[in-house]
Design a protein. Structure first.
Length: 229
């Protein structure tokens, strides 16, 4: 059985974050409150004691207590997010700096057993019985385009960063040329495959592998003299 590949889209700003991921071969694992879905761990949440028909003060008190307990539980968690595919036009737009960033192809076979596939739901009622951390494995169907996988850890301080094996760095064809030299040279130094990723006018996704042993300046000279891409 082959190794499992997942994808991490990244903006190039701040570049220090990209350099840290490449040089350290690691990904930052944010807390749920740092993610861009305001309902992380809250989807389907129901506060016991806040039922309609009870005095408003009692409902408010129960809701605040429940949210405080939920926040405390979620504060123990960290989440590292991946996508199943590198060819989503939406993901390049949302998470790779508007098609000006990159996408890491990551071999997750070393921790594949801990990876969960996110479930997308319209009916949130069944989630009300789950613990806040368990609900991190679910998102509303509005996020379905992300085709997300997650590594969710609890009370593991060492999981602030996740060690990874990078198979390839997919660099958008629309990347600011100022970033190409440091990106190409980082990949060459680390002996990591580098590819140019682009969408055709028909919406078709293509990856163009580049030789990792050729310095960026030599590639530019060769291109200027031969006319090759």
């Amino acid at each position: 059985m082959g190794s499992m590949q997942l994808y991490k889209f990244m903006s190039l700003q701040p570049f220090e974050r990209v350099a840290d991921a490449l040089l350290g071969r690691r990904l930052y694992c944010p807390k749920p409150e740092q993610l861009n879905d305001p309902l992380e761990g809250l989807l389907g949440h129901h506060a016991d004691g806040a039922e309609a028909g009870k005095p408003l003060d009692d409902q408010l008190r129960a809701a605040l207590l429940s949210m405080s307990e939920t926040d405390r539980d979620l504060a123990r968690a960290r989440v590292c997010c991946f996508s199943a595919r590198p060819d989503s036009m939406q993901m390049w737009s949302y998470y790779a700096g508007g098609h000006k960033g990159l996408c890491l192809e990551v071999d997750v076979s070393g921790f594949e057993s801990k990876i969960v596939k996110v479930g997308y739901v319209d009916d949130t009622a069944p989630l009300s019985a789950k613990k806040p951390v368990e609900r991190l494995a679910f998102k509303h169907s509005a996020w379905r385009h992300e085709q997300e996988y997650r590594l969710i850890t609890i009370d593991e301080t060492e999981r602030e960063f996740l060690p990874i094996k990078i198979n390839s760095v997919l660099i958008s064809a629309s990347t600011d040329p100022a970033f190409l030299l440091p990106l190409f040279e980082l990949c060459r130094h680390l002996r990591v495959a580098r590819e140019i990723a682009t969408f055709s006018t028909l919406g078709e996704f293509t990856r163009f592998p580049l030789r990792s042993d050729v310095p960026f300046q030599e590639r530019l000279r060769a291109r200027s003299t031969s006319g090759d891409p």
